[in-house]
Write a protein that binds this ligand. Structure first.
Ligand SMILES: Cc1cc2nc3c(=O)[nH]c(=O)nc-3n(C[C@H](O)[C@H](O)[C@H](O)COP(=O)(O)OP(=O)(O)OC[C@H]3O[C@@H](n4cnc5c(N)ncnc54)[C@H](O)[C@@H]3O)c2cc1C
Length: 433
């Protein structure tokens, strides 16, 4: 039987894998070592946590089952999305006005943290600070984008409403009713960004071990003992950043999120008027539909289109991507959806309350996960938040409260649950666009 850490590696065949700069040199752990803090998982969250700790002089090790960026961080749409999916006012009503507004400010600042890190460590990752567009279809969608425009406006953050005509000019489609543009957003090459963060970590002395899956985490005496395939690490503190790829290493943690496989297709480079008419400003775009679609361009004018896949098995076969191919045709009828250059999948980690979770699982054991498809900025920000929790050993009060491990009810039936939820979302999209 194949062990979970030997699962297929689409990162190598994805568009990002084919176009990224080389991975910094690193090896698997083959010894027993001691570090102050061990980070498990080298996506944006784990790498950002390691980087922020190393900046403060903490001795950090990172173990990654595959290579930095192998998970969602190296496979995503690269859209730097400001804010959470839920409205700023809802954050305030859930967490109270004082803390709620601090959380709103923290999530609002997340894109800037990405830009600052890229600048500070000179990360070459095709960054475009062109804003982020959200598209609405029908009255339900418009209610969502209008509420975001109004609620961010009330906080002196200019998020502009887009009309049907604006969408035709800025996006090149008449498939949506209206939407918004948020200038805080941008887009980048996600695997280049992940590898750049890894390089920055290494430059500050962080030891990153690839092909080193952690298999257990146990408290023995006054240290955490983390077993990997060929070595053991002892540390005072452990930060788990495994998100949608969380396995059985720590019983219960994988049950706190719902991992959902999503798919991405990339066309061959568009040419002529199509390349200029679609997204001339080269923003990243997502819509508000329950089964959402998102799209954007890479630096070589390939149109990337992301949506649900038909099967929750990681099948790289056109039949698995028919939903996305159909949606792309509805939105851009002139784009040839038969001429694809790449297809790949990745796992998004959803939470039932639609916000990320910061856990204190035990003394000196933290995790941050559940970015609900908005992790480029938010997972980078979460890394800093987790680093601060480790250093200060207290709730820093500017983000979501630390919680112990919640359980998703009936999590054993997650597979069935995902299928039912997807069918329900499709039905609602059709009934109330
Ligand atoms: C197709 C797709 C498109 C997306 N598009 C966007 C987008 O445009 N904008 C946006 O903001 N967000 C997007 N997201 C979400 C975003 O990619 C994630 O939220 C973010 O990358 C999560 O980062 P992470 O570091 O928490 O997890 P990951 O990047 O998933 O990293 C987790 C890592 O943990 C490792 N791991 C797991 N278990 C172990 C273990 N036991 N030992 C060692 N290592 C382990 C895995 O190998 C993996 O590398 C998208 C996601 C997908 C899948």
């Amino acid at each position: 039987m194949t062990a979970w850490y030997q699962s297929s590696c689409h990162i190598k065949t994805s568009l990002w894998g084919k176009t990224a700069n080389s991975l910094p040199v690193m090896t698997a752990l083959k010894d027993d070592i001691n570090v102050d803090v061990l980070v498990i998982g080298a996506g944006f969250c784990g790498l950002s946590a390691a980087l922020h700790l190393a900046e403060k002089g903490v001795e950090v090790g990172v173990v990654e089952a595959h290579e930095p960026g192998w998970g969602a961080s190296g496979r995503n749409g690269g859209q730097i999305i400001p804010g959470l999916k839920i409205f700023p006012d809802e954050i305030v009503s859930r967490f109270g006005s004082e803390r709620g507004e601090r959380i709103v400010n923290t999530v609002s600042a997340a894109p800037k943290m990405v830009y600052d890190l890229i600048q500070k460590y000179k990360i070459d990752c095709d960054l475009r600070r062109t804003g982020w567009i959200q598209l609405a279809k029908g009255p339900v969608g418009m209610k969502t984008t209008d509420a975001h425009v109004q609620q961010w406006g009330n906080r002196n953050i200019s998020v502009k409403a887009l009309s049907f005509d604006d969408i035709q000019k800025k996006v090149g489609t008449s498939a949506y009713t209206g939407g918004l543009i948020d200038e805080r957003g941008g887009n980048l090459h996600p695997l280049k960004y992940a590898r750049g963060l890894a390089k920055a970590c290494i430059s500050l002395g962080v030891s990153i071990f690839c092909d080193t899956p952690a298999t257990s985490v146990k408290r023995i005496g006054n240290r955490w003992v983390i077993k990997t395939l060929n070595g053991t690490i002892k540390s005072e503190t452990v930060i788990i950043c495994t998100n949608g790829y969380t396995g059985s290493m720590l019983p219960g943690l994988s049950q706190s999120i719902i991992p959902v496989l999503t798919g991405v297709i990339a066309t061959t480079p568009l040419t002529g008027s199509l390349k200029d008419k679609i997204l001339p400003g080269r923003q990243g775009v997502a819509d508000t539909r329950r089964l959402l679609s998102w799209f954007g361009f890479d630096c070589e004018n390939r149109l990337l289109f992301g949506s649900r896949v038909n099967s929750q098995k990681e099948l790289i076969d056109k039949k698995n991507f028919t939903f996305g191919l159909r949606r792309m045709k509805e939105i851009f009828p002139k784009v040839d959806n038969t001429n694809l250059s790449h297809m790949w999948t990745g796992r998004v980690a959803l939470t039932l309350d639609h916000v990320p979770h910061v856990h204190k699982l035990a003394d000196g054991l933290y995790s941050g996960l559940g970015f609900n498809g908005r992790g480029v900025a938010m997972a980078t920000m979460m890394g800093e938040i987790l680093a601060n929790h480790c250093i200060l050993n207290k709730d820093n009060n500017n983000f979501l409260p630390l919680t112990s491990m919640p359980k998703i009810p009936f999590n054993r039936f997650r597979g069935i649950g995902v299928a039912v939820a997807l069918s329900w979302k499709r039905m609602m999209d059709t009934a109330r666009p």
